[in-house]
Design a protein around this ligand. Sequence first.
Ligand code: SIN
Length: 303
Amino acid sequence: MITVTRLGKHIGAAITGVDLSKTLDDDTFAQVSQAFFDNEVVVFPGQTLTPEQQIAFTRRFGVLEHHVRKEARLGNHPEIFILSNKVDAQGKAIGAQDAGRFWHSDLSYKTQPSLLSALYAVEIPVKDGKPLGDTHFASTTAAYNALPEDLKQQLAGLRNIHSYRDYRLKNYAAQQDDERRGIRTVQEHAPTPEQLASVPDMATPVVRVHPVTGRKGLFVNEGHTSHMHDMPPEEGDALLRRLYDHITQPEFIYTHHWKPGDLLMWDNIAVQHKATFDYDPLPRLLYRTTVRGPAVADSIVLQ
Ligand code: SIN
């Protein structure tokens, strides 16, 4: 029997009473799945997982992605994307050092954006007894519900462009700016032409109906949305700014303070998230698996 304890106002719950290193029976898995989709972000504290066990558990939710950035995948496990500021014996970064700088939903730029991600904490930096490197989550379903009716009506039928190309260039420019200003140096290089060409831009409805829960949510995010589709740029940018400011209000947010052994899972259709880079040079290491979702109804592939 699992125990589910709510952590945030709209989202976030701790699930205890399960050992994810073992194969869950169908009934327990169904309870876990229900609690996950109800709460949008869940943590399973105190787990001890090998990469194979993390892959086996998350694969029960669907097909696992192999991330576009091959250099940040774990050796023999292409399903695992490494998030870390650690370097190997040659001084080379072992994973992505700058993932999550902007509010985003994982892989929202793909023709089949992610359904969910699971992040397992291997090593968490601690300073003065407090964990660093928190991750913030905002519920886009709670944010949608709280919109005024006239804005809900205005958004129906509108699309926004999710662009991997724009995101990588923007992230790289921000890294270079940090470096020029002496804030933070990371070993993430300019995206290659092959990487940029491998993911077409997508025009995706601003309001998306969740394929599992049927809830409506706002499918726009400042990391991956480049602009509104078929709208004058000034008007589109003002609308996006209004939506971003609305979604990221404190009342829709759950902030996760990490502990080693946490497996944190979030619903990429119902929430967006943002990392905190307050821990360098203390080491941080997490393993992410990402489950592919269905194509978004009424979206258009642009290139
Ligand atoms: C991410 O998946 O975007 C990064 C989250 C984190 O490192 O806190």
